[in-house]
Design a protein around this ligand. Structure first.
Ligand code: COA
Length: 258
């Protein structure tokens, strides 16, 4: 168990709060496990009618913990011990409404998980990036399909391949998030939306989401992405990117072969 994710139920809403602000809420294996298990059990808990995902501190999340990626690269962590698939699978299967409140930075999975949320409120000055290629990696969480479906191929490619950032206001304008608000209002707005959803007829909400999303198709894309992602994690490109991050210098990929 970790206190880096706070799990509470209030007013029929499951609150999942990332609580590792000193590391910009980078998500560790333990955190993925807690998030995945909480999401899965919410589906069968009649007390829960909506789920709210939020974060403490000035960042939503800096994405996957890079130390865990480093452990895969060095061989101290096996692919079977990675738990992000547990969380991503639970996101794909979630039938109950998911609401997210995003302030500050949202990096990598911090953006791709939003593609599985039904309502997303972002701070106008939030900064959303998916720098998978910068790390020698590829998109995950079915984002190879979902991001381009949401914002079009050209913008999705620029986010993936160039690591281009999108602020909250632009994200709302291109339909990547539901709305952009002053940072101070984001959590309150997301909570109000979750309360509104919790008061709606849950059978109709569930049926609507089932019509709008196909969990089996999403899982099939994730499985394909995972294969490539895990292989890329063991590449010389990722090793260089992680070394550069640890040494606080820009990576140099020029002498590396594919
Ligand atoms: N994994 C592990 N630790 C992380 C992290 C991550 N993804 N992102 C940030 N941290 C840690 C930093 O190492 C630092 O720890 P320290 O204080 O012990 O040195 C702390 O969080 C604060 O980060 P810092 O880099 O000092 O803050 P910043 O405001 O200058 O930059 C980021 C914030 C998010 C832009 C920068 O940390 C970053 O690029 N992180 C990596 C993001 C990433 O590539 N995620 C994976 C995407 S797939």
């Amino acid at each position: 168990m970790t206190d880096h994710v706070l799990v509470t139920i209030e007013d029929h809403i499951l609150h999942l709060t990332l609580n590792r602000p000193e590391k910009k809420n980078a998500i560790t294996r333990d955190m993925y496990r807690v998030l995945g298990n909480a999401l899965s059990s919410a589906e069968t808990n009649p007390e829960i009618r909506a789920i709210l995902l939020q974060a403490e501190g000035d960042a939503f999340t800096a994405g996957n913990d890079l130390a865990d990626f480093g452990a895969v690269v060095s061989g101290t962590l096996t692919r079977e011990e990675m738990t992000f698939q547990l969380f991503l699978g639970a996101l794909a299967r979630a039938d109950k409404p998911l609401v997210a409140a995003v302030q500050g930075l949202a990096v990598g999975v911090g953006v791709t998980l939003l593609l599985h949320c039904d309502l997303v409120y972002a701070a106008e000055n939030a900064r959303l990036t998916t720098p998978f290629v910068n790390l020698g990696l590829v998109p995950e969480a079915a984002s190879s399909l979902l991001l381009q479906a949401r914002i079009g191929y050209a913008r999705a490619y620029a986010m993936f391949a160039l690591g281009e950032a999108v602020d909250g206001r632009a994200a709302a304008a291109m339909g990547l998030v539901t709305a952009a608000l002053p940072a101070a209002d984001v959590r309150q707005r997301a909570r109000a939306a979750a309360q509104q959803l919790a008061a709606q007829p849950i059978g109709a909400l569930r049926a609507t989401k089932q019509l709008m999303r196909d969990p089996a198709a999403l899982q099939a894309i994730m499985d394909r992405e995972n294969e490539v992602f895990i292989a890329r994690l063991q590449s010389a490109e990722t090793a260089e990117a992680l070394r550069a991050f640890a040494e606080r210098r820009p990576p140099d990929f020029r002498n590396l072969k594919d």
